[in-house]
Write a protein that binds this ligand. Structure first.
Ligand SMILES: [Zn+2]
Length: 177
């Protein structure tokens, strides 16, 4: 979800894309302890394509309406294809290693770049089809484009700040009416 959340509202009606520049992408790779070259424009563009695809599937599963990121939307059939093709870039084999005790290790013959993207796509598939899928929500706050997994049944907003903003905006609308 933090991959998907690299695109978010700026609170003033615009969008912030943390992966929107090569520098931003390099910083994000740094957080993931990326071993390869950080100045990798092809990898960045592939990551953006995957993120748009995952967001399209999240929009469909949560029934998100028209939001600020709508101009970036891709048709969901295409999104499904992008996610599945990306996950297939790095087929994994489970291996049991045994030193102090049993430990699961995933082996893959794919290169680091394909593995990074395939891991993100696989994580998205596991989220969309997994046990947490029923708790996936699109935040309904004005100008918010985040998706989140509800941590309790009453959770409506992605963050408390979104709830506050929604209350303030309702208040202003009432005063104007
Ligand atoms: Zn929100």
């Amino acid at each position: 979800m933090d991959f998907v959340g690299t695109l978010h509202g700026d609170g003033r009606g615009g969008l912030v894309d943390e992966l929107g520049t090569p520098e931003g992408f390099a910083a994000w790779l740094g957080q993931r302890a990326w071993p390869g070259q950080r100045d990798d424009e092809e990898l960045r563009l592939r990551a953006l394509e995957l993120r748009a695809a995952v967001r399209a599937l999240l929009a469909r599963v949560t029934g998100a309406g028209e939001r600020l990121d709508a101009p970036l939307a891709v048709p969901w059939e295409r999104a499904l294809d992008v996610v599945n093709r990306t996950a297939a870039l790095a087929p994994r084999v489970a291996r049991l290693e045994w030193a102090d005790g049993p430990r699961l290790v995933h082996l893959s013959g794919a290169g680091a770049r394909d593995r990074l993207l395939a891991d993100l796509a696989t994580g998205a598939i596991e989220l969309l089809a997994g046990r947490e899928a029923a708790e996936l929500r699109a935040c309904p706050a004005p100008r918010c484009v985040r998706y989140f997994v509800r941590s309790h049944p009453q959770q409506v907003w992605c963050l408390p700040s979104c709830g506050n903003r929604a209350r303030v905006s309702r208040h202003h609308r009432r005063k104007r009416a």
